[in-house]
Write a protein that binds this ligand. Structure first.
Ligand code: ATP
Ligand code: MG
Length: 388
């Protein structure tokens, strides 16, 4: 008798990605996430993966971590029993005691993949239902809308007993959709954007532009902490920190003030693409949301996109701030994001940024910079840090 975790797969109707690959990647991701908790075995069968830890592992923590692995639609903690129905009758009430005490109605369902098992599904439901009614006086059966559904799965080697399934993180297993570079600031939006793309199976690397001494070490620490939270879902993230001070000073000194932000964003994209390509990424990700600030108008985004040669994913583009905040709370980045440290975007910001910049004006203004050399120098002096 032992407690295990049963995983239900998420989206399986996938184009170009067969179920085996999907499962293999999901198992690899779970294995990594649990590796420091002890030895676990992962056994796929039908549409379920059984996760079993060695004796004494912290199952509570394992469940917590598994709840953040993308690709998992739902999961249950389950009691694993030998194939003897008397054990089911004996142990189910005790195992599900807490949930059954809190419920007023229940039903039993049975799944029997071993057709040779001496009890068929209706018999299992009837006998276990009677037993639970005996053990819990306050309970009644409701087959349509029960508070608790007790499930008995009779498999080839074991019987599993579990109650209400928990919701998994959903989405697709990370790495199945390739790799992209998240442009991450210390704000609310970009960590959420990264989380959203990781949910679609994208492996993340991260790029952060820092402008010391205008920006502090604590501002960079904030980015590390934010990525640490995202990594609980997305797996390990390599962060590349790009020195941006010289570039910002040059833009301030040589370009018109009202175009400062747009030019800065374009140079960020140029640098980010270089780093992304070197890291094998197929896209950039930003936390932009249409109309949120002056640099996120249609015109400004158009000017920024004009320097991009790889796709720029903006998963928050159509979201309201409160919707973004709701996700940032859920993934536990919000409290870190609102810490008040200066980001390079708030250094030298113009009083009146142009909201409808014209691309030829921007390009003409940029010509005053020695861009190739500046980008070259910034990209040559990055620092790389592994997070998660
Ligand atoms: P966030 O909350 O993500 O900081 P924001 O609403 O403050 O976004 P901006 O400051 O205009 O918006 O930045 C827009 C996007 O540009 C960010 O979501 C992020 O993807 C990218 N970005 C901004 N600052 C940096 C930075 N210092 N390093 C890397 N990327 C950045
Ligand atoms: Mg910001």
């Amino acid at each position: 008798m032992k407690e295990v975790i049963l995983i239900k797969n998420g989206e399986l109707a996938l184009k170009g990605l067969n179920r085996r690959t999907f499962e293999d990647v999901m198992i690899r991701n779970m294995r990594r996430r649990l590796s420091d908790l002890g030895t676990f075995t992962f056994t796929p069968a039908q549409s379920t993966i059984k996760v079993e830890g060695e004796d004494g592992v912290d199952l509570e923590e394992a469940v917590e971590r598994i709840s953040k692995v993308f690709g998992i639609a739902g999961f249950s903690r389950a009691l694993k029993l030998e194939k003897d129905f008397s054990l089911v009758l004996e142990h189910t009430g005790k195992y599900l005691e807490q949930q059954l005490l809190e419920a007023s109605t229940f039903k039993v369902t049975a799944k029997r993949s071993d057709k040779k098992f001496p009890y068929d599904s209706p018999q299992i439901c009837l006998l276990l239902g009677e037993r639970l009614l005996d053990e819990f006086d306050h309970l009644t059966v409701d087959v349509h809308n029960p508070d608790v559904t007790v499930t008995v799965e009779v498999r080839d080697h074991d019987i599993f007993v579990h109650a209400n399934q928990l919701k998994g993180a959903g989405g697709m297993p990370v790495t199945t959709a390739g790799r992209a570079a998240l442009m991450v600031s210390g704000g609310i939006d970009s960590p959420v954007a990264g989380w959203m793309m990781a949910k679609r199976g994208v492996e993340l690397t991260a790029i952060h532009f820092a402008s010391p001494p205008y920006t502090s070490e604590r501002a960079e620490q904030k980015v590390h902490d934010l990525l640490g939270k995202v990594a609980k879902y997305a797996g390990r993230i390599e962060l590349t920190v790009v020195p941006f001070t010289e570039i910002q000073e040059q833009i301030r000194d040589k370009c018109p003030e009202d175009l400062f932000t747009i030019i800065m964003r374009r140079v960020m994209v140029i640098c980010a693409e270089r780093i992304a390509r070197y890291g094998g990424c197929g896209a950039l990700i930003t936390g932009e949301s249409l109309g949120q600030v002056a640099s996120q108008t249609l015109g400004a985004i158009g000017c920024t996109d004009a320097v991009a040669t790889m796709p720029v994913f903006r998963p928050l583009i159509g979201m309201d701030k409160d919707e973004i905040i709701a996700i940032s709370r859920k993934i536990d980045t919000f409290d870190i994001s609102i810490l008040p440290f200066e980001d390079c975007c708030t250094v030298f910001t113009p009083k009146h940024p142009r909201t409808r910049p014209k691309l030829p004006d921007v390009e003409a203004a940029e010509a005053a910079l020695n861009l190739d050399e500046l980008v070259e120098r910034a990209v040559a002096n990055v620092r790389r840090i592994k997070i998660g």
